[in-house]
Design a protein around this ligand. Sequence first.
Ligand code: CIZ
Length: 301
Amino acid sequence: MKKSVFYKIKRLKNEKNALILSHFYQRSEVQEVADFVGDSLELARIASEAQEEVIVFCGVDFMAQTAYILSPSKTILLPKTDASCPLANMISANELQSLKQLYPDAKVVSYVNTTAEVKALSDLCCTSSNAVKVINSISSDSRIIFVPDKNLGLYIKEKTGRDLILWEGCCHIHNSLTMEEVESVKNKHPESLVLAHPECRKDVIKLADFVGSTSAMVNYVQKSVSKEFIICTESGVINRMKKICPNKQFYTASSKLICQNMKLTSLEDILRSLETMEPKIIVPEDIRSKAFIPISRMLNI
Ligand code: CIZ
């Protein structure tokens, strides 16, 4: 790690009364310099409860937007504005509007990996940690549109028995993982437990000993008596697992499980962001106030 940049960030962060948040999928040195490392929901909650006025959000754009939607009076910095989420961009507000017209009575649940404009058209949001709970909170006679991740939608459908109207979106990283790849790692490490993210394909999920969000996986490895794990999600989360469980072994299910967008942010970008107080994430107030409703409904479930 570049020590001088690391210490400059720490000094400037204190001078500017800033809090640095990092998603589990960020580079290891970014996780190291952050005050908190977590999933998007945990980080958005921390951002909204923080005393600090400046939040440096090391993640992708929808995460920083969610933090702004919850805390518009704070300065939310996203060090790399081109760090976007291809999954979140798989459905536009116009496309969701057309889908809603086809099913005018359906409730719309949007995954947190969506743009603020899509959230503004939704009744409820969910993350991979609380998706099943959110769907179960909706009365059983309501139809439900779930966007944009089809794999997560199929997983929730199976867990809840609800007939969801799904969108053809996916996270290309999780969707690229095949059953054969997981089986090949399992053959090399037969004692390992397989942990899969619900954005993975159905056949991969079938192989898993545990299915959950990144934070659920981190909790699982911490509590498990097992010593070896095959991780079927973006490999950045393994940094966190190794840090909290240094005596356990973690294997990525595939070398393809690296999200280039999540790896865009460097220590230099964080430093520049603190020096210039740019780039700021701002959501126009007419969208923000509407997007706030499904997010706060989710937080209250
Ligand atoms: O919500 C998040 O942080 C994402 C994108 C994945 C997860 O499982 O935590």
